[in-house]
Design a protein around this ligand. Structure first.
Ligand code: TA6
Length: 297
C-alpha cells in the first residue's frame, strides 16, 4: 500500500486546527486523534483507520459505542466506534494469513481537509491500497454523516466488499428492536452461513447474533425504549446491513470487550458484502453513504 503523507499531531495542528472546534493530540499509545466539539456536539476520530470512536449530539447520550477495554495501539483494530472494512468483509476469501475485515482499518490514513459548515465539522481523509483510491468524508454535526468513495485505479475490473462497521450504544441489547430489515433475507453466520428467509418482523436479539442482511432498504432504525430514543441509520448505495452482538460467552473471550460490555452495544453496519459485493470497471468509482440521526422514536 502506498504510504499516505501522514502527519504527527503537531503538523496536523499547524495545518488543520480550528481552535476549540478541531484539536489534535498524540495519545500515550502513540496514536494520533482528532477531537471535535461544536455547540454542545462532540466527536472523536483516530487517524489510524480513519476510525470514528465517538459522536454525541448536543444534549444526547453517546450514540457510538467504544469498548472501555479497547486496545489503542499501532496496528491494532479499535474495539468499537466505526471501523472501516475494505476490500473484504470477515476472513479473507482465500488467504488465512490476511487480517479479518481487510487492510484499511489499521492503516494510517492521510488527512486532506478540515472544514466547518452549517451542517457541522467535516474531515476528509484518503488512502491508496493497491489498485484503489479511497476517500472518506466524515461530518460531525447534529447528524453523523459518513461517505466512503472507492475508485478502481487498476487496469482491469475489480470487485470488493466494504462496510462501515458501526457500534451503537444502547440501554440493553435485549430490549432494543431493529426495524427496516423485515423483508430481507439474511446469511446467518452463527449457523454456518445459512441463507435464511425474511423474518417479517423487527429484529429483537435473545442470543449471539451475526447476520448479513442482503438487498436492504435505505433506512433502518434501532428502537431503544430503555433510553427513550431511536437511532436512525439512513444509507445510499449500501445493499447489505450486518447486525452483530457476540453475547456474553464470546464477549468474555474478547480481551478488548469483556462479559460486562456486550449488553450496551449493537452493531448495525452499513455495507456491501457477500452477494452484494461491488464491481467496478477500470477508473470506476462507487460512493456509499450513511447518515445517522437520533430522535425520540
Ligand atoms: O460484523 C460482524 C463480524 O463480522 C463478526 O463476525 C465479528 O467477527 C465482528 O465482525 C468483529 O470482528 P473483529 O475482527 O473486529 O473482531
Amino acid at each position: 500500500m502506498m504510504e499516505a503523507m501522514t502527519m504527527n499531531a503537531a503538523e496536523l495542528t499547524s495545518r488543520f486546527r480550528i481552535a476549540g472546534v478541531v484539536e489534535f493530540a498524540e495519545t500515550e499509545h502513540g496514536l494520533v486523534k482528532a477531537t471535535v466539539a461544536r455547540a454542545g456536539m462532540t466527536g472523536e476520530l483516530y487517524l489510524q483507520g480513519a476510525h470514528v470512536t465517538a459522536w454525541q449530539p448536543a444534549g444526547a447520550r453517546p450514540v457510538i459505542f467504544t469498548s472501555s477495554r479497547a486496545i489503542f495501539a499501532p496496528g491494532k483494530a479499535i474495539r468499537g466506534g466505526i471501523p472501516v472494512i475494505f476490500p473484504w468483509f470477515g476472513p479473507h476469501p482465500t488467504d488465512p494469513t490476511q487480517p479479518q475485515h481487510g487492510v484499511v482499518r489499521t492503516a494510517m490514513w492521510q488527512l486532506d481537509q478540515v472544514e466547518q459548515s452549517a451542517e457541522g465539522v467535516s474531515l476528509e481523509l484518503s488512502l491508496t491500497p493497491a489498485g484503489f483510491a479511497l476517500r472518506y468524508r466524515i461530518v460531525f454535526g447534529e447528524e453523523l454523516q459518513l461517505s466512503l468513495t472507492v475508485q478502481n485505479t487498476a487496469t482491469g475490473a475489480v470487485s470488493f466488499e466494504e462496510a462501515l462497521h458501526s457500534y451503537f450504544a444502547v440501554s440493553d441489547v435485549e430490549r432494543v428492536a431493529v426495524s427496516g430489515l423485515e423483508a430481507c433475507s439474511f446469511i446467518d453466520k452463527t449457523t454456518g452461513m445459512q441463507l435464511c428467509p425474511p423474518a417479517g418482523a423487527p429484529l429483537t436479539l435473545s442470543k449471539e447474533t451475526d447476520r448479513v442482511y442482503l438487498n436492504t432498504p435505505d433506512s433502518r432504525a434501532i428502537n431503544d425504549p430503555g433510553w427513550g430514543r431511536r437511532i436512525v441509520v439512513a444509507t445510499a448505495a449500501s445493499a447489505s446491513t450486518i447486525v452483530w452482538n457476540p453475547w456474553p460467552e464470546k464477549a468474555a473471550a474478547m480481551a478488548d470487550l469483556g462479559a460486562d460490555n456486550w449488553r450496551g452495544m449493537i452493531c448495525v453496519e452499513t455495507g456491501n458484502a457477500a452477494d452484494n459485493r461491488v464491481h467496478l470497471p477500470p477508473g470506476g468509482t462507487h460512493e456509499m453513504t450513511t447518515r445517522i440521526t437520533v430522535d425520540a422514536g
